[in-house]
Design a protein around this ligand. Sequence first.
Ligand code: ATP
Length: 366
Amino acid sequence: GSEASAAREASSISLKGIRKEYPGGVVALESVDLDIRAGEFFTLLGPSGCGKTTLLRMLAGLDEPSGGSLSIGGVDVTDTPPHKRSVNTVFQSYALFPHLSVRDNIAFGLKMRGMARAEREQKVVEIAEFIKLGSLVDRRVDQLSGGQRQRIALARALICEPDVLLLDEPLSALDAGLRSQLQVELLRTQKRLGMTFVFVTHDQEEAMVMSDRIAVLSDGIIQQIGTPQEVYERPANLFVARFMGHDNLFSISAREGMTVQTPIGALETEDKNDGRVALIRPETLELTSPGAPSVEPGKRLNTLMCRVVERFYRGSNVEYRLSHQNGEQHSELIAEISNTGDRLFRVGDEVKVEIYPEDVIMLSDD
Ligand code: ATP
């Protein structure tokens, strides 16, 4: 109803021309324009030092922008102090009370708000289960591991159910199993409560799994904003492609119409954009035996002969590292083939690689 949509509206975020220059001249953010929708799981993704934490601190009100404006729920909060913003933050440095118990740390925010003890207790028990620390609620925080502390910090922020939750690498200290478990549960909680999450990570896989949309940052500049699929399948430039983990990148020496010259030979593309580099995603390569008919006879596919150098079997898919010789020019390609139970190629096999023109993507430098 209208009440629910009003509540959700309260958690949209808008940044206009946000700039941050630290004393000493470090420009951490250039001029960031960003609109985060209410109820969205939004991720800031980028390498160390790109400005992710700075942007988050700005949203929390812990750092003042050097320029630009910021609003939450349609209200300008550029000059609003942190405690008057309806945001809560989970930082990398946990900021817990080391001498207090897990229980007291988690309940802290609720106590501050004057929630009655019985109600508080109930909530703490629920959330301690959620972060899988139910058995440790009476332990002092200084007797816990880094990963356990990280989960307490997460619980402490979640329990207050803020409109906006800012999370700075909240799962980075966890081992792989627990991490993927909490990824799923965090995402479910966010959707169930309709909170807006602004999530910081340098891990592109985590970003793709969790996010409604991702902003990829480098050197204080947003390189691309899009859904995980957009950012992965259509990276805006070479930086984004590299950061999303793409390997099959071939520099373009010349272009004539829809044909580009690359180290692996002439390639047909359907991408009209100008580019300096061609990207071919590993899962779009078609592999067959040298004598086999084309995977789509009648269609004009790019065809090259390669040799299998390495094979990595992953169960659901198989990764092949391939080498290609084009005159003097030697190149490597990676193919990721979903495992349908067909015969696998072996190291040393010669294979025919076919590439659809629509899968040859042009990338600019920036
Ligand atoms: P990480 O993933 O390593 O935490 P980040 O993307 O969060 O990195 P920021 O912490 O936002 O990056 O830093 C952005 C830039 O601003 C970096 O070059 C950093 O050295 C600089 N910086 C951050 N805080 C300050 C400060 N208080 N004074 C001066 N420069 C700073």
